[in-house]
Write a protein that binds this ligand. Sequence first.
Ligand code: SF4
Length: 481
Amino acid sequence: MKDQTLLPLYNKDKQSDLPHPPPQGSQDGASSAGTHAHARRVYIETYGCQMNVSDSELMAGILTQSGHQTVSHLDDADVVLVNTCAIRENAETKVINRLKHLNHRKRRHPELIIGVCGCMAQHLRDKLLDTAPYVDLVMGPDAYRNLPVALDSLARGVESHVSLTDRDPFLGLRLDKNEDYADIAPIRKEGIRAWLTIQRGCDKMCTFCIVPFVRGRERSLPLKLLVEDVEKLVDQGFKEVVLLGQTVNSYHDDSADFGDLLYAVGDVNGLERLRFTSPHPADATDSMIDAMASSPSVCKHLHLPLQSGSTEVLDRMRRTYTAEEYRSLVLKLRERIPDIALTTDIIVGFCGETDAEFMETYQMMADIRYDSAFMFKYSEREGTLAHKALPDDVPETVKGERLEQIIKLQESISADINSAAVGGTVPVLVEGESRRDADRYHGKTDGFKTAVFPKSDSGIGAVVNVRIDNTTAHTLIGQVV
Ligand code: SF4
């Protein structure tokens, strides 16, 4: 059992009428495994990355195992857990606004328990209770086993009619380098694609990043267990599995490395496709590249975060590779896997970035020609190494101009790459009905491009060959052949 810290009382007078954003997603559908003295109906709202979605599935598993029930609508819940993201300031602002809205509901239903979980809970810690004093529970990513204990304790307060102002909040914020939740069965939504966390935490110390401080040290799950997990996912009907980790390719289990894991999982009978995210360029070993090149189920798509094309900026970011090493890696990947799709992350305007350093990023993107890219302006995060040691000195207007330049470049490259696909035929895993047209399906190619095509007899979950007739910068449009 992990930590439980009871805090003193907080006053509840900070409330607001600010508008609130809708949730990005919810974890729904699990039903109670048994009766429970204080069984609660829990609605989980998820913000941020896929790792958070996976953690929400884990929380649903922990709660269900202990006799609680997860529900798909806030109106049915007596507990709402907001699983948060701290990667950017606007993600935190969005969550704070959402909490204010939930507090309006709590004023009408004082028995409602509001919990904040995940990275933002860990990042802001007890400061969160100054901003949102009506929150009952603050729990970081390594403390989810405490959820049943926390809900029991909070439910006793509710059932004893302790007034809102006299309820003690529950804090679970200790990072635990041994916690891997290996024994917990997550509750997943049905579908084609399942995400499987193979590693938690991060040992890299990129100066712009809050993750090592909110998710703790890196730890990998046992290879044998992960192979069994994938076998179960295939039995449940999933066609594609995405392996998740902060630096997924630094995975290791005794002498087995990430390449060994790709081979082992890729061999699972009935698994159509295997993907992984996000790898770190410094951990892209020959073993990983070999497995990508030779295991038929491993998709030929690599999301390889560059961040900057300047070695000096990479050094200030502590990315642990140079621009030249990154270029050599891309050359090697394209030699071994000629049709590989490459995508990336870019940050412009990092501390001290000069025009010349920015142009190195621009040139690198023009040379490598990524299939697509996530591009951001640098924004400083309190608690990071950059916040402590490097001035955020590139003016906002300059950051904005640089971002616009690379977006324009990338849009044109993506459009060119997609146009070159016209006339060709690509295998597509059918994922569901197109949101814009009920007569069409959408699915993903091996290279993770979205394809849209008229419905055929092969339904959701099948791999169909689609001839590409038309494209946009983001979508392939075609016919099943
Ligand atoms: S590798 Fe760097 S950017 Fe990625 S999670 Fe770790 S510290 Fe953050």
